[in-house]
Design a protein around this ligand. Structure first.
Ligand code: AGP
Length: 598
């Protein structure tokens, strides 16, 4: 959450570089934005709303070679101009991503020392604290060491002082990269912010201070001894942000799913099932798996649970990371903890990973972003190949995560001898044909007529049993996050235990029916809501006739792969509904793509 960028260079297009960087980081938050730049003195320009608003306030002719910028997802303090970053106290100006947990205590101490504050943010207090230490020791690096020792919480900082032409950075539990280019040096929350201008990049480690001038980058540990840097060339191919003619990134990303599926699974299946065994870890040593994640990634865990339990006979416990990290866990040396995350930076999931590692439990990460913290810290990484996902609502990364969990289930089922050669042959054939089937599912049905029928409703329900219940949860989350319609997912059999009282004339109920043994059961639940006035929509791989008002048929494939087709109509219905409601589809209100605070 929040995006920061900084530039110190030789060219005079600093403000353009900062604005371009902020635009690329807008996925991290878009409540307000601001930049601070140096020309003789430090100047700050801020605005409420998206980066376009800020851009209009900027005079790009101003001659400046150094600056820092910020796009905010508000944590402390309402969304307004005063609370937006950069913050400035005394001789120090900062941008911050993270949360300073003990800011109230620090605020009191600083106020006792004569400091006055104008905002309700934790960041202004952090800025005041750095200024206090800076004045005390007259050395900004020493001040940052004292700052790191004092504050609790998470931070990635870009720091400028009145008297120097250098940017300083430190971080804890929030991501930060440093990058070099021909015309200067950079800091940013994500490589994408600077890949247009920089050539090589490194991830800043915790407890290290980065000192960035216009022609050098020097790293120091907390004893202020110089440490080595380790830059790698930026892979610019992953940072393609072109919409390719689509109205929204979300639609583009839905259409990318056939390729993403192929790219994600093919490295594991070059020589059929044998290469799957060779390329994946040996899961047979575990008698329990914990899958930990947030949001849609948590939903992929629920799909994974269904598949691994059914095909590999291993109990799987799926938990929301924000709960898992603080509860008593019953894992042992025969437990594998799998974290699932598109960004690899989600604060709660990362904390759950670190907790398991601290307890000496084996960990595996299913992550999309190369080089992210989870990718680096997990014992084993299974990287999905979704490419850059820009829409806040995940689609292609969700599918790729499900695909990876399906491969794990297949691997384990095969290793335990739970599936025979014929079935494996059938699965491999389905895998080969799946990209085309996903494509047909995207193109062949009319999702707009369903969207037309339901978009004016205030309440929409998703129901399903077994794996279809897990998919209902994802369908429901997708709809509410981008269309702002209140929607709920229910286990189909559970509805009548209370929630059915909310069904009235015209309430849309989307039933997901792909679990062969359970379809007739869910049909009965559809009939129950239908007879109470619901508008019923069936998403099914069966040709069964029921009293659906609308029916979308998806191709039937092996159960290990079915969710990858079933989710497509759910994504597209949400998309079309949000479009009709004229919502901000790629950047829904109150949300951010990467949730790096708990
Ligand atoms: C889904 O559309 C959401 N954007 C959100 O639930 C997301 O899946 C969640 O925040 C987890 O993010 P991660 O995969 O980057 O860890």
């Amino acid at each position: 959450m929040c995006g920061i960028v900084g530039y110190n260079g030789k060219g005079n297009n600093t403000l353009r570089i900062l604005i371009d960087g902020l635009k690329a980081l807008e996925y991290r938050g878009y409540d307000s934005a601001g930049v601070a730049y140096k020309n003789n003195e430090i100047n700050i320009v801020k605005s409420v709303g998206k980066i376009n608003e800020l851009e209009q306030k900027i005079d790009f002719d101003i001659d400046t070679c150094m600056g820092i910028g910020h796009t905010r997802w508000a944590t402390h303090g309402e969304v307004n101009l005063t609370n937006s970053h950069p913050h400035h106290v005394g001789d120090v100006t900062i941008v911050h991503n993270g949360i300073i947990e003990n800011f109230n205590e620090i605020k009191k101490e600083l106020m006792n020392n004569g400091y006055k504050f104008n905002t309700t943010t934790d960041t202004e207090i952090a800025c005041g604290l750095i200024d206090y230490y800076y004045k005390e020791c007259n050395d900004i690096k020493e001040a940052l060491v004292k700052f790191m020792d004092k504050v609790k919480g998470s931070y990635a900082l870009g720091v400028m002082t009145k008297d120097s032409d250098t940017i300083y950075s430190v971080r804890k539990d929030s991501p930060l990269i440093i990058a070099k280019g021909e015309n200067g040096n950079f800091i940013a929350s994500d490589t994408i912010a600077v890949s247009k201008y920089a050539d090589s990049v490194m991830y800043l480690e915790e407890n290290i201070i980065a000192e960035i001038t216009n022609d050098s980058i020097t790293l120091f540990d907390k004893d202020l001894k110089e440490v080595e840097s380790n830059f790698k060339l930026i892979d610019k191919s992953v940072d393609n942000t072109d919409k390719c003619g689509y109205d929204h990134y979300m639609l583009k990303e839905i259409h990318e799913q056939p390729k993403v599926f192929r790219d994600t699974v093919s490295p594991y299946l070059e020589n059929g099932i044998d290469s799957l065994i060779d390329t994946m870890p040996d899961f047979t040593k575990y008698n329990r798996i914990d899958i930990v994640a947030c949001g849609s990634a948590y939903h992929t865990g629920l799909v994974g649970k269904s598949l691994i339990e059914e095909f590999a006979d291993v109990p799987v416990n799926v938990e929301v990371a924000s709960e898992y990290r603080y509860k008593k866990n019953f894992y042992d040396d025969k437990t594998l903890v799998i974290v699932v995350s598109q960004s690899g930076e989600t604060a709660d999931t990362l904390a759950a990973l670190r907790k398991a590692k601290d307890d000496n439990i084996d960990t595996l990460a299913i992550v999309n972003v190369e080089g992210s913290t989870m990718a680096r810290e997990a014992d084993v990484l299974l990287k999905i190949k979704a490419g850059r996902e820009i829409a806040v609502a995940t689609t292609k990364a969700y599918s790729a995560q499900v695909a990876m969990l399906s491969l794990i289930a297949l691997n384990l089922a095969n290793a335990k001898g739970n599936i025979d050669k014929e079935e494996i042959k059938e699965i491999l054939k389905d895998i080969k044909e799946l990209p085309v089937k996903i494509e047909n599912t995207i193109l062949n049905s009319d999702y707009t007529n369903i969207a037309e029928a339901i978009y004016k409703n205030d309440n929409i329900f998703f129901i399903g049993r077994g794996i279809d219940y897990a998919l209902s949860m994802e369908g429901s989350l997708k709809l509410k996050e981008i269309s702002y319609i209140n929607s709920q997912a229910y286990a189909a059999g559970e509805l009548k235990h209370g929630t059915i009282s909310l069904i009235e004339e015209g309430t849309p109920v989307i039933g997901i029916l792909t679990e062969e043994d359970l379809i007739l059961k869910t049909i009965s639940n559809i009939e129950e809501v239908k007879s109470r006035g619901a508008v019923t929509i069936g998403v099914t791989n069966s040709d069964i006739n029921s009293k659906f008002d609308y029916k979308i048929e998806v191709p039937k494939v092996h159960k290990l792969l079915q969710p990858l087709l079933t989710v497509v109509p759910l994504q597209l219905i949400s998309y079309e509904v949000a479009k009709l409601r004229e919502c901000s589809i790629d950047q829904p209100k109150n949300l951010a793509k990467s949730v790096t605070v708990e």
